[in-house]
Design a protein around this ligand. Structure first.
Ligand code: PLP
Length: 331
């Protein structure tokens, strides 16, 4: 890792793990000669506790990305996979490798419109993915909007997949649909990469109705040791460090709100966010490459996500964000 660069391009958290957590993870390295628990079944309990569901309703993945891949592989015979335009590029990339048929649902004025989503879905749709909150716009759907969408999917025998990778930054008690979709076929995805500053550990979790969860589990046979020993230990430690992570999330949310106020005060255009990043309009004469070369700051050029004049910027430290704004305003 080049520690001289300011990394604001991958929606990582700037949080460093507490010493006690690092100590626990280090202990696990001593057992590196031993394979981890296959299927990561032993971490079902802590992951289920974190989500507030029962242990037989969770599947651990090597990041949320592995779980997206499993959803696609498990449902590819069923028909078309839908996801919205101008979204997380992983949906497109993983679809390509999974060899699935896809259909891209248009946004309406750069917003995901759940009321018209299914009108655009082909008749042979098997899966409809919704990212809530949305990457990269930060848009949040209310719980009732998602439930209505999930119910409409049920009417058409479509499996709705709600990607809640950023929900911890959007008041999950109010907005997450975990535990709210019992009567429907569904999958909900979560990631520890952002909320728990664990992008390097690669840990994600899926929950859903029992049939969908069992199907996802069966695709785990492809890679039985998908979650490594250190990451499994991390999952086992979650309960001990939850107050720490909650307080870090709260400070990232506060800093996001401060950052958005600063952008507003400087007349910089941005999408109001419910995540740990902000999509903002870049200065006309400053490219992401020039920002990196001249200022050592990495941001995500959102052109690849359908927003050519925008950057997606992670909520780093206050100092990093001040440096970014200063570079933008001197352009
Ligand atoms: C919407 C969305 N889903 C899934 C992922 C993948 O997350 P993970 O790091 O857990 O694989 C990302 C990563 O940026 C994301 O933005």
């Amino acid at each position: 890792v080049n520690t001289k660069l300011i990394r604001l391009h991958l929606s990582e958290a700037p949080t460093k793990f507490p010493r006690e957590l690092v100590k626990a993870l280090r202990e696990e390295i001593h057992f590196s000669n031993l394979y981890p628990n296959p299927g990561a079944l032993e971490i079902s309990a802590p992951l289920a506790k974190y989500l507030g569901v029962s242990p037989n309703r969770v599947v651990a993945g090597n990041g949320c990305d592995e779980l997206i891949l499993r959803v696609l592989l498990a449902n590819r015979e069923g028909g078309v996979i839908c996801y919205t335009d101008k979204s997380y590029t992983g949906y497109t990339e993983i679809s390509k490798f999974a060899g699935v048929q896809t259909s891209v649902i248009p946004l309406l004025q750069n917003r995901v419109d759940l009321t018209t989503y299914l009108e655009h879905a082909p008749s042979k749709t098997a899966v409809a993915i919704v990212c809530n909150p949305h990457n990269p716009t930060g848009q949040l759907h209310t719980k009732s909007e998602i439930i209505e969408f999930v119910s409409a999917c049920g009417d058409r025998d479509i499996l709705p997949v709600v990607d809640e990778s950023y929900i911890e930054f959007a008041d999950p008690e109010t907005n997450s649909v975990v535990g709210e979709l019992e009567e429907y076929r569904h999958v909900i995805l979560r990631s520890f990469s952002k909320s728990h500053a664990a992008a390097g550990l690669r840990l994600g979790v899926a929950t859903g109705d029992s049939t969908s969860v069992e199907l996802l589990k069966s695709y785990g046979l492809l890679m039985p040791f998908n979650v490594n020993r250190v990451s499994q230990r991390f999952a086992n430690e979650l309960g001990n460090f939850e107050p720490f992570f909650r307080s870090e999330i709260t400070s990232i949310i506060r800093r996001r709100d401060w950052f958005q106020n600063e952008l507003w005060a400087r007349n910089l255009d941005f999408f109001r966010s419910n995540t740990n990043f902000v999509l903002l309009r870049r200065p006309e004469y400053l490219s992401a490459a020039a920002l990196l070369n001249h200022h050592g700051i990495e941001v995500k050029d959102a052109g690849s996500m359908g927003f050519p004049e925008y950057w997606r910027v992670s909520i780093g430290t206050q100092d990093e964000l001040l440096q970014l704004m200063s570079a933008m305003c001197s352009a």
